[in-house]
Design a protein around this ligand. Structure first.
Ligand SMILES: *Cc1c(COP(=O)(O)O)cnc(C)c1O
Length: 394
């Protein structure tokens, strides 16, 4: 971090050094402007935290019916995991508009784009970010163009187009799509909304940390397992915990931030284990957890710093364990996770087994999207209503 300052109320991309810009607030003024009691009765999901957000004029707020996402303890699974007084809680972000936590970041990016007078937004996406940008941009009356790897789940490509964006399938990965967005800026006249290449998505994503703190009575958990692609959510939560401490709403206690990746695409884990500050591009990235198939992250050093400063770690899990975890929690607790969310459960189980997390700790697992957007195991069982039905055998 260079500490250089940039003016507010202007359009910004990356810093002159090519690094992400972070929004800073007058925390004294923020602390005076709002208190916990004022906040408590408000509605509007993450927009409840408007004093912590950069949007200045309320007419620029874009809303599709945001909700406070529930915390769901895995009560039945807790028995099979042998938790001793500890708790594994899922924060289910699949309840947000467009079915993923990308709604948080893109609502903010779009609202700020509107406030700053931008008209056309573009981004590379593995699916959910594009869907959220398309929906919020349409809602705000802005144009959007989206580039996805050609093997992005069909449902994402369809929802992006139907919600008003123009979407292209590209024969490459998300970083290849990102290059197209960057290269086309001048000629196409769009604004680059890539992860961390503008400063406001992270402000939306940080509301996950605010919401979690409020829901837990301003007492943070022992560990947070976060499915890490570009890392916006992890960086954002880490940032807002400091903002909350600065205004005196929480103490110095922090959760260990645990970055979860898939074994087939684990650049952050590799850099973490090697003690590096930056992560090298991961070659031949593959995993069915599309949301975390991110071979290179511009905020790599911010992710690694938050993980290390928190006393956390980065951990990779294979696709088989991701699917097994998804199936297990669905069958045991009736909760359908997306594969990226299931990766956090697989990682939690691995961390319990290797002793990096204890059975008496309270951990939060982020389920980042609705499980309904992903392929599920087929069911072939049939019943012939015209034959004799052996009811006792059903
Ligand atoms: C984007 C996404 C992620 C990764 O989130 P980051 O904050 O960018 O690391 C994980 N899971 C799903 C389903 C996603 O859409």
């Amino acid at each position: 971090m260079t500490g250089e300052r940039y003016e507010p109320d202007r359009v910004h991309g990356l810093s002159d050094a090519g690094k992400p810009l972070l929004v800073r607030y007058d925390l004294d003024a923020l602390g005076r402007a709002v208190d916990k009691e004022v906040l408590a009765p408000r509605t509007g999901g993450f927009w409840r935290y408007r004093e912590f957000l950069p949007v200045r004029r309320s007419e620029n707020v874009v809303s599709l019916g945001e909700v406070v996402t529930p915390l769901i303890p895995l009560t039945r699974l807790a028995d099979s995991l042998g938790l001793k007084g500890g708790q594994a809680i899922v924060k289910d972000e699949g309840r947000l508009p467009t079915g993923s936590f990308k709604a948080r970041g893109l609502a903010l990016a779009v609202a700020m784009a509107k406030e700053l007078g931008l008209e056309h937004l573009a981004m590379p996406t593995n699916g959910n970010a594009g869907a959220a940008m398309a929906a919020y941009a349409r809602r705000a009356g802005l144009r959007s163009t989206v580039f996805c790897p050609d093997d992005t789940p069909e449902i994402n490509i369809s929802e992006i187009e139907l919600q008003g964006a123009t979407v292209y399938r590209v024969n490459g990965l998300i970083n290849d799509c990102g290059k197209i967005v960057g290269d086309g800026k001048e000629a196409a006249g769009w604004f680059d909304c890539s992860t961390l290449k503008e400063p406001y998505r992270i402000e939306g994503k940080k509301t996950m940390g605010l919401e979690l703190a409020e829901q837990l009575g301003w007492e943070l958990p022992d560990a947070i397992f976060y499915p890490t692609g570009g890392g916006t959510g992890l960086i954002g939560m880490w940032k807002v915990f400091d903002e909350l401490e600065a205004i005196g709403w929480i103490g110095p206690k922090r959760p260990r931030m645990i970055a979860v990746q898939a074994s087939g695409c684990a650049p952050i884990v590799k850099a973490y284990e090697a003690g590096e500050e930056h992560a090298a591009l991961w070659a031949d990235a593959h995993t069915l957890a599309a949301g975390i198939r991110v071979p290179v992250a511009v905020g790599d050093f911010l992710i690694l710093r938050a993980v290390r400063d928190s006393g956390g770690f980065a951990i990779a899990v294979p696709d088989e364990e991701i699917l097994a975890a998804r199936d297990e929690v669905a069958r045991t607790d009736g909760l359908l996770l997306c594969p990226e969310g299931a990766a956090t459960l697989a990682a939690y189980k691995q961390a319990l087994a290797d002793g990096r997390v204890q059975r008496d700790e309270r951990v939060v697992l982020y389920n980042c999207a609705t499980g309904l957007k992903y392929p599920m195991p087929p069911v072939t069982r049939k019943l012939d209503r015209t034959g004799t039905i052996d009811y006792a055998a059903l």
